[in-house]
Write a protein that binds this ligand. Sequence first.
Ligand SMILES: Cc1cc2nc3c(=O)[nH]c(=O)nc-3n(C[C@H](O)[C@H](O)[C@H](O)COP(=O)(O)OP(=O)(O)OC[C@H]3O[C@@H](n4cnc5c(N)ncnc54)[C@H](O)[C@@H]3O)c2cc1C
Length: 390
Amino acid sequence: MDDWKEFIDSFRKFLEREVEPFAHEWDEKGELPRVIFKKLSDIGYFGLVAPEEYGGSNLGIIPSVQAMELLSEFCGSTFFSASASFGLFGEPLKHFGSDIQKNEYYRPVLSGEKIGCMAITEPQSGSDVSSIKTIAKQKKDLSIELSGQKTYITNSSIADYAIVLARFINSEGIDKGLTHFIVNLDNPRIQRGRPMKKLGLRASVTGELFFDQAVIGNEENILGGIGKGFRQTMATFNEERLSIAAYSLGVLNACLKECISFASSRMSFGKPIYQHQAVAHMIADLYTKVESVRSFTYRIANEMQTDQEKERKDRDSEMGAKCSALKLFASTQAREGVNLAVQIHGGAGYMEEYKVARLYRDIRLAEIGGGTSEIQKSIIAGSIMKRSKK
Ligand SMILES: Cc1cc2nc3c(=O)[nH]c(=O)nc-3n(C[C@H](O)[C@H](O)[C@H](O)COP(=O)(O)OP(=O)(O)OC[C@H]3O[C@@H](n4cnc5c(N)ncnc54)[C@H](O)[C@@H]3O)c2cc1C
C-alpha cells in the first residue's frame, strides 16, 4: 500500500516535470518524443500490472488505474500511445504468450526500448471484428505470409512490433479461423501509411499498415494458439474499457481544475464568473460527474482485481457487461463534462492556448475506441438477456 502511494506521488511530480510543460507542443507537432516511452517505463508506469520476472512491480489494477487517471489529466496522447504499447500489445502477450515470446517481445516493450501496437481494425471491419479480411497463409515450408491492410492503428508509424489479427490458412489450405500473430514490423514487405490527420489526440500517431505477402515467421509467431484470436481480442477488451474509464476520469479532473481556476479569475459584471449562479451550477455538474465516474471506475477496478485472483471457472460472468457499462457511462460523462468546461471558459475555451480546447477534441475518442457506445449497449443488453433466460 505504501509502495503504491509513494509511486503515485513521484509519478505526479514526474508528469509535472516531463509531460505537462510539453503536452501542447507535442499536440501541435503531431508526435511524441520516442524517449517518453523509456521515461514512463523507468518511472514504473508500464510495470504496474506486469510480473516482477519481466521487470514489473505488479502492484495491481488499482494503482495502475490511478496512474492512468493521472497521466490522462496531463496528456491524452501520451496516455493512448503508451496504452497501445504496454497495454494493447503487452497485456495479450502477458496473458497468452509463451516464455520465449515474452522474453523476445514483452520484455523490451515493458522496458520502453521497443514500442508495440495492436492491429485489428481494417478499412471494412471495425465494430464487426469477425469480418476482417487479412490473411495469414502458411506455405509448404511452414513459413507464414501475411497479406492485407489495417487502419486506424495507434502507434502505426513508430511501433517496432504489432499483434495482428488475421485469418489463418494452414499449409493444407484449411481455414483455421482468426488468429493473433506477433509481427516484427521491420520487414520490407510491410509498409506504413503516413500518420492520419485527426480531430484530437494529435500527438498519438494513428495510421495504416499494409502487408504485401510479408513473411513474418512461422508458428512460433502465433500468440496463444491457432484460432484463438477472436476470443483473445474480446478478453483484452475488458482491460481496455477500464483504462478508457480511467482516461475519462483524468480528463474530468483536468476540466474541474481548469474551471475552478478560470471561474475564480475571470470577471464579468463586476464579479468573478463563479458567482453567477449559471456558472456555479455548471461547476457543480462537473464535480458531480467527477465523483460519479470515480466511484464507478474504482468499484469495477476493485472487482476486476478480485476476479483475476480467482480460478477461471469461478470468475464473474458479468464482468464484460460491467466493463462495457463503465466505459459507456464514463465516456459519456466525460464528453458532457468537457463541453461544460468549454462553456465555462466562454470564448477562451475555443482557443488552443487553453487546455480545455485540447481536452474537448481529445475526449471524442472515448466513445469510439475500444468499441463504440452502441456496441457497449449491445454487449450489456445481450449479457442481461442471456442471464435472464438461465
Ligand atoms: C484515434 C483512434 C485510434 C485507434 N486505435 C486503434 C488501434 O490501435 N488498433 C485497432 O485495431 N483499432 C484502432 N482504432 C479503431 C477503433 O477501434 C474503431 O474505429 C472502432 O472500433 C469503430 O469501428 P469503425 O470505425 O469501423 O466504425 P463502424 O464499425 O463502421 O461503425 C460506424 C457506426 O455504426 C455503428 N454500428 C456498427 N455496428 C453496429 C451494431 N452492430 N449495432 C449498432 N451500431 C453499430 C457504430 O457504433 C458507429 O456509430 C482506433 C480508432 C481511432 C479513431
